[in-house]
Design a protein around this ligand. Structure first.
Ligand SMILES: *[C@@H]1O[C@H](CO)[C@@H](O)[C@H](O)[C@H]1NC(C)=O
Ligand SMILES: *[C@@H]1O[C@H](CO)[C@@H](O)[C@H](O)[C@H]1NC(C)=O
Ligand SMILES: *[C@@H]1O[C@H](CO)[C@@H](O)[C@H](O)[C@H]1NC(C)=O
Ligand SMILES: *[C@@H]1O[C@H](CO)[C@@H](O)[C@H](O)[C@H]1NC(C)=O
Ligand SMILES: *[C@@H]1O[C@H](CO)[C@@H](O)[C@H](O)[C@H]1NC(C)=O
Ligand SMILES: *[C@@H]1O[C@H](CO)[C@@H](O)[C@H](O)[C@H]1NC(C)=O
Length: 746
């Protein structure tokens, strides 16, 4: 009984594959037979692409049910029937023969090389098929032949893409003609060595896409390729070779870099749970990735509309065409260069460095030597370091037009561009530069000081004239009488209730003069003395910032303690970013301004105000919006005024909202400005994603929003978190930066 499955297994292995990873001399592999790498990662054999009657010899992933070919031998010379025979000759050459016709359709070497004694063919777990001499081991660096030397459309981890100057061999990849035809397609990708090496995607003879030059530790302008947990990458330039290579850090991951038949360049990651290839990143994400879209001296900025602009000190070569968004003519110097000695270099930052074809480089020079070298050659238009790590080293010079520049806010690089004397940013004397900076600052400071004095004086006078509303002796903060408040809020009518915060309910009110107010009625649990409370409120009322809700006054009568704020007609941020309907109203630029506004307000509370205020309950519903959608933090200082005696050690009532509380605060009641920073991080993630942190649980890993964002960030997939309704309006670099900052905060 039990022997039956064994026999079936044996039978299958005899008919279907050698179940071996090697091929000895004079051995032939036929249709339905395969060679499998030792760990069963890859398999070599005959295949037929979908919707095709042709047959090919290739390598695919053994364990992935969705057939994915990483290498094809006879790309351009398909077999038309199943009579193919792949033989390793005694000379160590792989030959693919069509038995019915007796012709050789493909061979691993054009002419027979010097004969090798006992050659062995072997499929490795890296996906490389190598031919080597028997007994020389499998890890030899230099096999007689290897499939890795002939990349098709897929770059596997560990493969060197580029040039070997010793053999003169170039490895580049070429797309399939179509998803059903592995023949050479239109698109190819490789390292261009006409100047400082850079990676270029070609369509026929045209450049489609240019990876920026390698600047020591990353590529200039490729924001998608960042350190991550799956793989690392390197680019090596020396006398012997120039290559790009990526290696898996997480060896259980299955990744491939593929140039699709459509010309799309995709880094794919196999998902075991979904059983499909997930797009990890692509190099073609926006219009600025198109080669030279803005012409010479033009810079593409995806955050601007239109995307092209001339660099500072440059003007459109043909203004009419430029206006009609035909940027092909590019820009020219506003003041033409004439090789006069006064010419110098202006510094341009946050750029993807221009096309390096025709450039010159030296990896040992310093930046000072580099500037000198560029200055001494009138055709040199720009220079920069070739290695930006550390303090920078090496020299890279450009001659003629600077092409294919883009502006990248968070990961751009610095370039020094030659301009005429009159266009120079500053005189070379640094003293002159310092004076230029100091004078405007001094003027600004004086103006601010002056206006503050004037304002204080004026306000004091006015208040002295008016007296305060409740006749309290204090001159700075109006005290409202309880009767005024009762009248304004219609005796705290439920219809006037705006919400309930950590310290009490909030009511809308209208004063007799028609002014709208918000009244916060504090819960009656404070043990604090009235006098200290008043002092606290007075000092808080002195905090004035555009992004803080203004405290108008307070009311203390008997057990009633109330704070009176200005009324915000647009309510809380929560009613804009989570609700389905008004969602569309708040597009990305508005959200971004809101994020920045909150950050400004918080910075003021934490650092720039006289009192250091820890908010302790920062959350979307505490961010109010005025009629111009300017965010205002509300409820600040309540903790200080109302629960002011609660010190770190004594906090027995943790004030705050679950989902926003920093772990050390929620758990141990320890609070500091860091607790607010944590809440801010959560807030930003919520604004970007339109999802509440609390109550969010990812289907797969049950993470909350912050955990999920962290996972996506590590996989370079942060953009997936962005609220869907924002799709049209997002600015990728702003979104990524916001999420990065948010994660740093949490
Ligand atoms: C190689 O194989 C062919 C056919 O299978 C056979 O005729 C020949 O003798 C073999 N040569 C050697 C040296 O084994
Ligand atoms: C390959 O195997 C399939 C299924 O076992 C069989 O139908 C087919 O005839 C075989 N082809 C050749 C050329 O042996
Ligand atoms: C770039 O500079 C860093 C630090 O100075 C150095 O360690 C590294 O080897 C340099 N890389 C190249 C390619 O010269
Ligand atoms: C990349 O990671 C691999 C595996 O962890 C390591 O052996 C290699 O040295 C790393 N390479 C670089 C350039 O960091
Ligand atoms: C690079 O510059 C250094 C220092 O100026 C010089 O010694 C070296 O010969 C230069 N190398 C090349 C290849 O020009
Ligand atoms: C300036 O550089 C160009 C390009 O490298 C070179 O052909 C030319 O001879 C140089 N001119 C001078 C004066 O060094």
């Amino acid at each position: 009984m039990s022997i039956f499955p064994f026999l079936v297994g044996l039978y299958a292995s005899i008919t279907c594959s050698y179940a071996a990873d090697t091929m000895s001399a004079n051995q032939t592999v036929r249709y339905n037979q395969t060679i499998v790498s030792p760990q069963e990662t890859f398999e070599l054999g005959f295949f037929s692409p979908p919707n095709s009657k042709n047959h090919y010899v290739g390598i695919w992933y053994k364990k992935i049910p969705k057939r994915t070919y990483v290498w094809v031998a006879n790309r351009n010379t398909p077999l038309t029937d199943t009579s193919g025979e792949l033989t390793l000759t005694l000379q160590g050459v792989l030959i693919l023969r069509e038995a019915t016709k007796g012709n050789v359709v493909w061979s691993s070497a054009k002419s027979s090389i010097t004969s090798v004694k006992n050659p062995i063919g072997q499929l490795l777990d890296t996906g490389n098929f190598i031919i080597h001499k028997e007994g020389e081991g499998t890890n030899q660096e230099d096999p007689i032949w290897q499939s890795f030397d002939f990349i098709t459309d897929t770059l596997l981890p560990g493969v060197k893409l580029g040039w070997n100057f010793i053999t003169g061999h170039e490895r580049r990849f070429t797309s399939w003609k179509s998803p059903d035809d592995p023949a050479f397609g239109e698109f190819s990708y490789g390292i261009d060595t006409r100047g400082y090496p850079q990676m270029i995607l070609m369509e026929g003879q045209d450049i489609k896409l240019r990876g920026g030059p390698w600047i020591g530790f990353r590529f200039s302008g490729i924001s998608t390729l960042r350190p991550n947990r799956f793989f690392n990458f390197t680019f090596v330039v020396n006398q012997r070779e120039i290559y790009y290579q990526y290696n898996l850090i997480d060896t259980s991951a299955i990744m491939r870099l593929v140039l699709q038949a459509s010309g799309r360049f995709e880094l794919l990651l196999w998902s075991d749970s979904k059983q499909e290839w997930n797009l990890y990143s692509t190099r073609q994400s926006d219009i600025c990735d198109q080669y030279a879209v803005c012409g010479a001296f033009g810079s593409c900025n995806i955050g601007k509309s239109p995307v092209c602009e001339c660099l500072k000190g440059f003007e459109p070569t043909s203004p009419d065409q430029w206006k009609n968004t035909d940027w092909s003519q590019g820009c020219r110097h506003t003041v033409p260069l004439n090789c006069s000695p006064g010419e110098g270099f202006n510094k341009y930052t946050n750029l993807k460095l221009p096309d390096t074809r025709g450039s010159w480089y030296n990896q040992t020079m310093t930046l000072v030597e580099c500037e000198k070298k560029c200055k001494n050659n009138c055709s040199c238009t720009a220079y920069t370091s070739s290695n930006f790590s550390g303090t920078g080293s090496g020299c890279l010079l450009w001659f003629g037009g600077l092409i294919d520049i883009r502006t990248i806010a968070e990961s751009g690089d610095t370039l020094f561009i030659r301009v005429s004397a009159s266009e120079l940013d500053s005189k070379s004397s640094s003293a002159a530069r310092r004076v230029q900076v100091i004078i405007p600052i001094a003027v600004v400071v004086l103006v601010i000081l002056g206006s503050i004095c004037f304002f204080c004086h004026f306000k004091r006078k006015k208040q002295q004239q008016q007296g305060t509303q409740s006749g309290d002796e204090d001159l700075e903060l109006p005290f409202f009488g309880l009767s005024t408040i009762l009248k304004a809020t219609k005796s705290f009518s439920i219809n006037n209730k705006l919400g309930e915060g950590g310290f009490g309910a909030v009511y809308k009110g209208v004063l007799e003069n028609g002014k709208e107010i918000a009244v916060k009625r504090l819960a009656k649990t404070s043990t604090q003395g009235l006098h200290e409370f008043k002092n606290e409120v007075i000092s808080i009322s002195r905090l004035q910032h555009r992004n803080l809700v203004k405290l108008l006054g307070c009311c203390i009568e008997g057990a009633e303690v109330m704070l009176i704020y200005e009324y915000m007609p647009n309510k809380g941020l929560d009613s804009f970013i989570f609700d389905e309907i008004p969602m569309e109203l708040v597009d990305w630029p508005t959200r971004y301004n809101i994020i920045i506004g909150i950050a400004r307000g918080l910075l003021y509370l934490h650092q720039d105000s006289r009192l250091r205020i820890i908010h302790r309950d920062l959350k979307v519903s505490n961010i109010l919006l005025d009629k111009d959608m300017i965010p205002k933090i509300s409820d600040f200082g309540t903790a200080r005024a109302f629960g002011g005696t609660q010190t770190e050690a004594k906090t027995n009532r943790v004030v705050g909202t679950y989902g926003y509380m920093a772990p050390e605060y929620a758990g141990n009641g320890i609070f500091s400005i860091k607790s607010d920073v944590y809440s801010f991080g959560v807030l930003v993630l919520e604004i970007v994603s339109g999802v509440k942190n609390r109550g969010f649980a990812h289907q797969e890993h049950c993470n909350n929003l912050t955990g999920h964002a962290w996972v996506l960030h590590n996989e370079d997939r942060s953009l997936e978190l962005v609220a869907r309704c924002l799709a049209e309006s997002i600015n990728m670099s702003q979104v990524l930066r916001s999420m990065h900052v948010a994660l740093l905060c949490v």
